[in-house]
Design a protein around this ligand. Structure first.
Ligand code: 5GP
Length: 189
């Protein structure tokens, strides 16, 4: 996606060979016009996939997921990282190792919002080693629902997440595929 690549080139900050900071438009400050384009593109790519729900993970997946849900006309569920007093029922949970925080977290979704008839599109901001996506897939499967596809805003193709999801047979669509961050330069596939 041209507009996204341009934004990454102009406003992304390479923190190391492994980590790209996009706080200027996705992870802290959000560019709504770009999010709308991202939602339009995911909706176009998955238009024929029979999606009934979108699942993402708080907080940075929510903006692209909501714009996609708006376009596809389906609800968006975000997995929560912290136990809430209002989430009292038996939750569907999975453990996820955070790439950026280097801690293990439990993420949870209420079973009230997912059923076995759902065809789910997973959306996330980044794909690195695939731990966040795998946790969401686990929760979706616990609900008996089907993972119809995975939409990633920025894939770091030099890490292992993409290959693992491919080998499991999932359809992965990434809007920007970063080949390398070496030397402080972002290069795309
Ligand atoms: P994974 O679970 O695939 O290893 O990593 C994906 C998650 O880690 C995303 O939800 C994202 O929040 C975070 N993440 C991974 N790599 C990066 C990165 O280079 N920059 C930022 N800002 N977040 C990342």
């Amino acid at each position: 996606m041209q507009a996204l690549q341009q934004k990454i080139r102009e406003e992304g900050i390479v923190l190391s060979d492994q980590v790209l900071k996009v706080d200027a438009f996705l992870n802290h400050q959000i560019d709504p016009a770009l999010m709308q384009l991202i939602g339009d593109e995911f909706a176009r790519l998955f238009a024929d996939a029979g999606i009934t729900k979108i699942v993402t993970i708080e907080a940075s997946g929510i903006a692209p997921a909501v714009m996609t849900g708006l376009r596809l006309g389906v609800p968006v569920i975000f997995a929560r990282k912290h136990q809430s007093l209002t989430l009292t029922e038996n939750l569907l949970t999975a453990s996820v190792y955070s790439f950026t925080k280097q801690t293990e977290n439990t993420v949870a979704i209420s079973p009230r919002h997912l059923s076995s008839s759902d065809r789910v599109l997973v959306i996330d901001d980044f794909l690195a080693n695939g731990k966040a996506s795998q946790a969401l897939i686990s929760i979706i499967k616990q609900a008996g629902a089907t993972v119809a596809g995975i939409g990633i805003v920025i894939e770091k193709s030099f890490q292992g997440g993409r290959a693992e999801l491919d080998s499991q047979g999932y359809r992965v669509e990434s809007l920007a595929r970063v080949k390398s961050l070496e030397g402080g330069v972002v290069s795309f596939i």
